[in-house]
Design a protein around this ligand. Structure first.
Ligand SMILES: *[C@@H]1O[C@H](CO)[C@@H](O)[C@H](O)[C@H]1NC(C)=O
Ligand SMILES: *[C@@H]1O[C@H](CO)[C@@H](O)[C@H](O)[C@H]1NC(C)=O
Ligand SMILES: *[C@@H]1O[C@H](CO)[C@@H](O)[C@H](O)[C@H]1NC(C)=O
Ligand SMILES: *[C@@H]1O[C@H](CO)[C@@H](O)[C@H](O)[C@H]1NC(C)=O
Ligand SMILES: CC(=O)N[C@H]1CO[C@H](CO)[C@@H](O)[C@@H]1O
Length: 916
């Protein structure tokens, strides 16, 4: 209950002024009931024309005026001399002699020169005037020596801090705000910073239709150590749990799917209310209608919120576009958005403006909605004038890698770099301060060790608000070739096919021929020699007669000069000119994903399925109970799109274990990724490869119980077929591959191996797969003769049992792979099993390339190829000769770089050459 005074419309402007009230006729105080919470003033003016004006009418009118104000930076934003994020005490910094990608002129501008940072702001770019420099006494200088410099990377789609790493037990609706759950201790911040990421839109989880409100944060640690202090620009002033409005309003970010009707009702009520208030019809108007719960959605309808919309398929995109027109709101960006490239004209019909599209580069087919996803989507969308932003799958540290891949598949270099800097800045409504290197912008700068679009590009230093973030960064020296934008191959045919076939273009080889083929004009030749990979020809070290390779029936019959190799033949002969920088190398292997057992990861009906787990379930008698041996070969599915894409990317062999969520998975199999079905010659390379088990802290059964079970099995507890298999494992005839990440579990397994070997008197072959923490035991693993398959090859502490990763440059000099190699451990690179699908197998060539670039020169090109070929062959116990039956020919460069493309696979066991 509040005191109320009624005032005449003519004096509304001075309601609440007690002097004023007293100077007029005697006021009549009226008590208002009805639960009104605002203070009303009453004034007796004309008895029959009382108007109740709320005492806070000024605030209400201001609120009404602000209702439809579109968020923008304060009008004096560009006059700022100090950033609101400036850390007092930060010295001015001069970055000298840099190659600066500014983001200006549509991402085409590159400036050679200096950058001056002070007060958290970029003060000058290019030539810093002497009088400006002279004004500073104490400046830290970074000699860039011509290094590439870009604005900080901007991640438009992050769950950093909300999905913490390592993941521990930790909910979402439109009224939920990601800020309220932001974990400031997420290990991923430091990792993302080391990848050059400076700003991220943190979205709440994607579980509900309406995800909730997202916030834009900068990732660096703050002196406050609070989530609020990480906000780039709070949309409002936070005070207690309430929200105070500022004018003009600041940008908010939200994610909306549908259910806008409720919000529209509130909006209509507010508009009616304000129409009355503005015209002075206060009588009976009551409180301003609002509902905190739906406020975000009302703001959406008022165009105040940037909507980031998860939306995949044409049917859903169509629905949302209709909704935007019905409710008159616009969408900032569609995220994931796998089918947007098929419907660019539909996107252009969205209300207000064409939404931008945030995409993964090669991650697709992980659920039905992403089945038609294409690596050519960014290029196609850009050609349609639609803004593209890239986003990472798991680890935003490698967001730039997404842009690199989009560039590899045809997106122009200026747009590819913009897709992780200026474009996401624009989409999130922050392009007035981030995403560019411009005077007056936030001093968020990354110095790179190579051209940012070159494979393996790694920051040498990252500055946030002018504060250098990397202490003692380590940077490996990069080949000069990586200082230029990669000359990417021509994918125009594949790009057209993606559209022509509605996203499902045929992936089979164009031709499979047994003709005689002469390859000429290649720059390097790598072959399996003994049990390793060797480079047997390098054009740059050769000055003799041109070399050729003659292939008959898929087999190399001669390498040498044409004089040496020329033999007349009745065979039909083709000549393949690999043009200047071509070459040939062993086909790669992919192990670690469910390649060949799954078409779509999220759709159980497209897969081989999960088997029984003897440790937690009773295995049915019809299977022979615990004596059963499950073999992946029995469930193999050929021509999955992931396998065919892997084949086209040089991964000729898949080694896949049965899908299991328990202790024992069963026997893996090796197959040709390009084969059309199992009964084709050469389709299955080896029926039974290795026995796979998994020991993990993520199990419902204790680690000690799992180890006890492995011990019981190896020491004679297994019977029947399974017992016979275990006998072979103990004798070292079949390798035991253990999926394990944690170093303490590895130590127990090393002891167990010794125990079993002592008992049996024979050496067994043990391989760790996953192995996130293996570097901690490198010496012991080497001494125990255990091999290691590292996956993911660029580590990420997703779970507690993998938290002690060795992140590699720039945070550490050594990577896990180089550390293990230094202890003479045989190391292979596997596909990341946590990547939701086998799509990742196609990227093996780039994974091994990164691994070599991060190893500071200790891994040669042949060594890099071995990581995913001969070493995997050894680690998994494949019969020798199994994988050397496949060789890959590329044009434009080696399999290891962004400039090459696979043109042929030589299959000697099948007697053919597959041409693409
Ligand atoms: C530039 O060269 C100097 C001298 O060799 C070196 O100290 C500095 O670290 C280099 N800067 C970068 C960014 O690599
Ligand atoms: C910039 O650095 C490059 C590479 O170290 C060097 O060749 C060039 O002379 C430097 N330019 C200036 C102006 O210092
Ligand atoms: C927060 O609200 C309280 C109570 O309304 C007020 O006294 C205080 O000045 C506000 N603080 C800020 C920083 O706006
Ligand atoms: C690795 O092998 C090399 C060559 O056999 C040997 O010289 C070196 O000592 C070994 N290193 C370790 C750590 O075992
Ligand atoms: C280096 C090399 O092998 N160059 C050859 C490329 O192919 C042409 C014929 O197409 C030869 O004339 C070159 O000698």
């Amino acid at each position: 209950m509040e005191k109320a005074i009624i005032a005449p419309p003519s004096v509304r402007g001075r309601v609440g002024d007690s002097t004023f009230l007293q100077s007029r006729s005697a006021p009549c105080f009226v008590l208002l009931a009805c639960g009104y919470t605002s203070v009303f003033t009453a004034f007796n003016f004309r008895p029959n024309a009382f108007v109740k004006v709320p005492i806070n009418s000024q605030q209400i009118l201001q609120k009404c005026r602000n209702l439809n104000t579109i968020p923008s930076p304060p009008l004096d934003f560009y006059a700022r001399t100090e950033s609101d994020r400036f850390v007092p005490g930060t010295k001015p910094t001069l970055i000298k002699n840099a190659t600066i990608w500014t983001g200006n002129v549509d991402g085409l501008e590159v400036v050679l020169g200096d950058i001056l940072l002070d007060k958290g702001i970029i003060q000058a770019v290019g030539e810093v005037p002497t009088h400006v420099l002279d004004a500073y006494r104490d400046v830290s200088t970074i000699e860039a020596n011509g290094s590439w410099v870009s604005p900080g990377i901007v991640d438009l789609h992050s769950h950093l801090g909300d999905d913490s790493s390592p993941s521990l037990a930790g909910l979402v609706q439109p009224w939920l705000r990601s800020l309220d759950a932001l974990n400031t201790h997420d290990d991923a911040y430091r990792l993302s910073i080391s990848g050059g990421v400076t700003t991220a839109v943190v979205l709440p989880g994607s579980a509900n239709a309406i995800g909730g409100q997202a916030f834009v944060i900068k990732l660096r640690p703050t002196n406050d150590r609070s989530p609020s202090s990480m906000l780039l620009e709070p949309p409002f002033t936070f005070n207690g749990s309430g929200i105070e409005e500022v004018h003009p309003p600041r940008q908010a970010c939200g994610r909306v799917y549908s259910d806008t009707r409720k919000a529209r009702k509130i909006k209509v009520k507010q508009d009616d209310y304000c129409a009355k208030a503005v015209s002075g019809q206060w009588d009976g108007l009551g409180d301003f209608p609002e509902d905190l719960q739906w406020e975000a959605l009302v703001d959406v309808l008022r165009g105040k919120v940037k909507i980031q919309n998860h939306c995949y398929e044409a049917v859903d995109l169509d629905g949302i576009v209709r909704l935007t027109n019905e409710f008159k709101f616009s969408i900032a960006a569609f995220h994931h958005a796998h089918e947007t490239y098929l419907v660019p004209d539909l996107l252009k019909k969205a209300y207000g403006h064409t939404p931008a599209v945030a995409l993964f580069a090669t991650n697709a087919r992980y659920k039905r909605e992403s089945y038609r996803g294409s690596e050519f989507a960014p290029h196609i969308l850009a050609k349609n004038g639609i803004q593209v932003s890239d986003h990472p799958v798991l680890n935003s540290r490698y967001l730039l890698y997404e842009a690199q891949q989009a560039h590899y598949f045809g997106l122009a270099d200026n747009l590819a770099l913009a897709s992780v800097t200026s474009t996401p800045a624009k989409i999130m409504g922050q392009e007035h301060r981030i995403g560019y290197i411009r005077e007056g912008y936030d001093a968020d700068i990354v110095l790179w060790d190579s051209h940012p679009l070159a494979i393996g590009a790694t920051p040498k230093q990252v500055l946030y608000d002018g504060v250098a973030q990397l202490k003692n960064p380590f940077s490996s020296s990069k080949p000069a070739a990586l200082q230029h934008v990669p000359q990417t191959p021509d994918f125009s045919e594949e790009t057209e096919a993606a559209l022509k076939y509605d996203g499902l273009s045929p992936l089979e080889p164009k031709e499979s021929v047994s003709d005689r083929i002469i390859f000429q004009n290649f720059s390097s030749l790598f072959l399996y020699i003994g049990d390793g990979v060797e480079q047997i020809f390098a054009a740059e070290q050769y000055s003799g007669e041109p070399q050729i390779v003659v292939v008959e029936g898929g087999k190399i019959v001669c390498t040498g000069t044409s004089e040496v190799c020329f033999t007349s033949s009745h065979m039909k002969t083709r000549v393949m000119d690999l043009q200047e920088v071509p070459l040939r190398k062993p086909g790669l292997l992919s192990y670690g994903s469910h390649l060949g057992l799954v078409h779509i990861a999220g759709e159980p009906s497209t897969q081989d399925g999960v088997q029984f787990d003897g440790l937690t379930q009773r295995i049915p008698n019809i299977l022979g109970g615990e004596e059963v041996v499950v073999r992946a070969v029995d469930g193999l599915q050929f021509t999955t799109r992931d396998a065919l894409l892997a084949y086209r990317s040089g991964v000729t062999t898949g080694i896949t274990a049965p899908i299991s969520s328990g202790l024992v998975a069963g026997l893996s199999t090796a197959f040709n990724t390009g084969a059309s079905h199992k009964l084709v010659e050469g389709a299955v390379l080896q029926d039974e490869v290795a026995l796979h088990v998994a020991v993990t802290m993520g199990s419902s059964v204790s680690v000690s119980t799992q180890i006890a079970a492995v011990r019981a099995l190896l020491l004679g507890g297994a019977k029947g077929d399974f017992g016979a298999l275990i006998t072979k494992v103990v004798k070292g005839e079949v390798p035991l591959v253990v999926d394990v990440h944690n170093a303490d579990i590895m130590a127990s397994l090393i002891q167990l191996k010794a125990e079993v070997e002592k008992e049996s008197g024979s050496a067994m072959q043990m391989t760790f797969a996953g192995s996130s923490e293996a570097h901690l035991l490198a010496k012991e693993i080497g001494a125990a003769g255990v091999g290691v398959i590292v996956s993911p090859s660029r580590p990420f502490p997703s779970f507690w049992e993998m938290r002690r990763i060795l992140p590699g440059p720039p945070l550490t000099q050594r990577s896990a792979i180089s550390t293990l190699l230094a202890s003479n451990v045989t190391v292979g690179v596997g596909a990341d099993a946590s990547a939701h699908g086998a799509w990742i197998a196609r990227n093996t060539r780039f994974d091994i390339s990164w691994a070599a670039l991060e190893a500071d020169g200790v891994i040669t090109k042949a060594g890099a190829l071995a990581l995913a070929s001969s070493n995997l062959q050894k680690l998994l116990g494949l019969k020798s000769g199994t994988v050397s039956s496949a060789l890959v020919a590329t044009t434009g460069g080696t399999l290891l770089d962004f400039e090459s493309k696979v043109v042929a696979v030589l299959l000697s066991n099948k007697g053919v050459v597959d041409l693409f």
